[in-house]
Design a binder for this molecule. Structure first.
Ligand code: SF4
Length: 697
């Protein structure tokens, strides 16, 4: 509940500001308070998690930024200033840097929580106003491996190619690397329905999480070995004659290569690699292949690996061999994490991408988008650096010297965070747009205070590819501007060509034209339709198109319409435990916090429930180190150290510790994590590295 600046009481239907479930909720802004209410939306059916119920508390938080901040030069403190002075400083610094070092010397970093309108306009700003190739976003750290694997296999990436309600109809669900019971609790009601319908579930996770505890079968893998497990399950399915040969023949290509590859993944070898017993492997295959309808769902546990694309590919191979994708109540899907992780990867804030999920190196795509933007196609830069590579190049001889950050707290969310903090400190210009003074804002030369979800309109695209409408419930505090206004004001100060609308509806109208004909086609989606239809699924090619809740029913989005098997081999994680660093570290989220915690750490009930990071470890590991419950301990890797309190539990493997990544400062686990990148998606290996444990003293 928060005090509101809107005087008349009114209730609007909107969505939660946090994760990709984008739960429907109501907001009632009245005299003195803004209240979150339940809303019977098709995905969450009235359910919200603790984060959603408390989300209004940040609207008038004392932590809220309401005036631009600027420092005269590095070493001096951030001081309040005017918008005119702040924007003038930013524009002048950009001009000076680009005159000295070229267009690519200024970079842009966006976020998977930005609305589609913001993501679109930010991408356009980078290409048209700055003419820099260097733009990427934190979604690269979220589901880029699943996206790349989906495009490789199906020719298209949409998190779930079916509505969430289909999950309740599956006989078996295989969940790999997802702790949905904590990260998106209302989602698990679909799993409950599935179980009530007589279904079973299999969870693959190094931890016996609340999600794993509810499963029929928990496969407690060694971190980083999901690929070998998937190949092993396919090996058994082939050996037992459980492959859907008709489906494979009619709807896929490349199976023979995969069959030859997985021949090397016999059950005893897979048990040695993964720690999953032969009996459990056989039980999993029996469940999956015995189901009339089955689903394979992956999340960050499988994806945030230096072989994340191949790991997801192995899971897709398994799904294809069992004949699942494109069938009712069946298929493969990715449980996207960030609020607009789906839409954020469709409209041009990714280094290799133009709006509509078009490729930036495709001449036809460039010509179409240039036509919408009113520029010559040759002026649109080519692909730039991926997120980690961009950040790691900051301030270097041939790297960007200036950076604009919108909707991201990179100082907390990047792997090897101390290294990137040093890069941020080397910049000549760092501009941060944010609601609060985040850890990244502390490095900034200019901080711009912006509106938040309940104060602005726009669209978000949830993990099903359903485009949703965010409705403003109250006025922003005086002194705050929207990200769209910030982008528009800077574009005009930089004399950028073309139109720079700042009203979300106007930006969306342009986005629809820019996406028309692309894979993620929003041309037929309007704010009115979204409201009337409880969201519209893309692709939706014109006003008369019904939208596409289910993809791949008749053909896949490949040139020949067939899904592609791709043979993939297990390989070790980039950093295996050794004598100096003998324990695996894996990272993830808690129920009460969201991503870098910049917002949820400032909400009292959430901060009270989880005030500091913990280090989850098995009693045997705690005993071996002489650690007690609640004791402060250091987790040390080759890159850095993070501090947390010991939480002893037998739900984790003896060789592994778990730490959540929601904190900066001494408790920032990303000081420890490994930036080893997947060769295709450029996803860092957040999920596993080698560490040792030391007493804090
Ligand atoms: Fe729903 Fe996610 Fe918000 Fe929780 S954080 S209420 S699961 S959208």
């Amino acid at each position: 509940m928060s005090s509101a600046s809107l005087v008349p009481t009114r209730t609007v239907a909107t969505h939660c500001p946090y994760c990709a479930l984008q739960c429907g909720m109501t907001l009632t802004a009245g005299v003195g308070t803004t209240t979150v209410g339940a809303r019977d939306f098709p995905t969450n059916r009235g359910g919200l998690c603790q984060k959603g119920w408390t989300s209004a508390e940040l609207l008038d938080s004392p932590h809220r930024l309401t005036v631009p901040l600027m420092r005269a030069h590095r070493g001096l403190p951030l001081e309040p200033t005017t918008w005119d002075a702040a924007l003038g400083r930013v524009a002048a610094s950009i001009r000076a840097l680009q005159a000295r070092h070229g267009n690519d010397s200024v970079a842009v970093f966006g976020g998977g929580g930005l609305t589609n309108e913001k993501a679109y306009l930010l991408g356009k700003f980078a290409r048209v106003a700055l003419r820099t190739a260097n733009i990427d976003y934190n979604g690269r750290f979220c589901m880029s491996s699943a996206a790349a694997a989906g495009i490789r296999a199906f020719g298209l990436d949409r998190g779930l190619p079916f509505p969430m309600s289909d999950i309740a109809e599956a006989d078996v669900v295989l969940l790999v690397g997802s702790n949905a019971a904590e990260t998106m609790p209302p989602f698990t009601r679909w799993l409950t329905d599935q179980r009530d319908n007589g279904g079973s579930s299999i969870v693959v996770d190094p931890r016996r999480t609340p999600t794993a505890r509810q499963a029929t079968l928990h496969l407690q893998v060694t971190p980083g070995t999901d690929l070998a497990l998937a190949n092993g399950l396919l090996h058994l399915a082939i050996a037992d004659g459980l492959v859907d040969a008709d489906y494979v023949r009619a709807r896929t290509s490349g199976f023979d290569d995969v069959r030859r590859t997985v021949a090397g993944y016999w059950p005893e070898r897979v048990e040695r690699i993964t720690g999953v017993t032969v009996a459990d492997q056989r039980a999993a295959v029996r469940l999956l292949a015995g189901a009339g309808r089955a689903m394979v769902l992956s999340a960050r546990g499988a994806e945030q690996q230096s072989k994340g694309v191949d790991t997801v590919t192995a899971l897709i191979n398994l799904a294809l061999a069992l004949g699942l994708p494109g069938r009712p109540g069946s298929g493969y899907g990715c449980l996207t994490g960030q609020g607009n992780g789906q839409g954020g990867r469709e409209h041009g804030q990714k280094a290799d991408q133009l709006p509509g999920y078009r490729r930036i190196d495709d001449p036809a795509a460039r010509a179409h988008v240039a036509g919408v933007w009113g520029v010559h196609p040759d002026t649109i830069p080519g692909p730039g650096r991926s997120a980690y590579e961009l950040l790691d190049a900051l301030g270097t001889a041939d790297g960007p010297k200036g950076l604009l950050v919108m909707g991201s707290n990179v100082a907390v969310s990047v792997p090897d965070a101390d290294r990137i903090a040093a890069r941020l400190a080397d910049l000549e210009l760092l501009v941060v747009s944010d609601l609060v003074r985040s850890e990244t804002a502390e490095f900034a030369d200019v901080v711009l205070p912006v509106t938040q979800w309940a104060e602005e309109g726009g669209t978000m695209t949830n993990l099903e590819g359903r485009v949703l409408l965010r409705t403003p419930a109250q006025q922003p505090p005086p002194g705050v501007r929207s990200d769209l206004e910030v982008i528009g004001a800077l574009a005009r100060r930089l004399d950028a060509p073309g139109a720079w609308p700042t009203e979300p509806a106007e930006v969306f109208a342009e986005l629809r034209r820019a996406s028309a004909g692309g894979p993620a086609d929003y041309a037929g989606i309007s704010y009115e339709r979204i409201e009337a239809e409880d969201g519209v699924f893309w692709p939706c090619r014109d006003d008369a198109h019904p939208g596409t809740p289910r993809l791949f029913r008749d053909r896949f989005a490949t040139p020949d319409g067939r899904a592609r098997f791709v043979a993939v081999e297990h390989r070790p994680v980039a950093e295996e435990p050794d004598a100096d660093y003998p324990v695996y570290l894996t990272t993830g989220r808690l129920l009460q916090h969201y991503q870098s915690g910049a917002q949820t750490r400032r909400i009292r009930p959430l901060a009270d429930a989880q005030p500091e990071p913990m280090i989850e470890m098995h009693p045997a590991l705690a005993d071996a180190h002489g650690f007690d419950e609640g004791e402060h301990v250091r987790v040390v890797s080759r890159r850095g150290t993070a501090l947390g309190r010991v939480r002893i539990t037998d739900s984790i493997r003896m060789d592994t510790v778990f730490m959540p990544f929601h904190w900066g400062g001494a408790g920032a686990v990303n000081k420890v994590t490994n930036p080893a990148l997947d060769p295709v998606s450029r996803m860092p290996e957040f999920k596993v590295c080698a560490v040792r444990l030391e007493p804090a003293s």
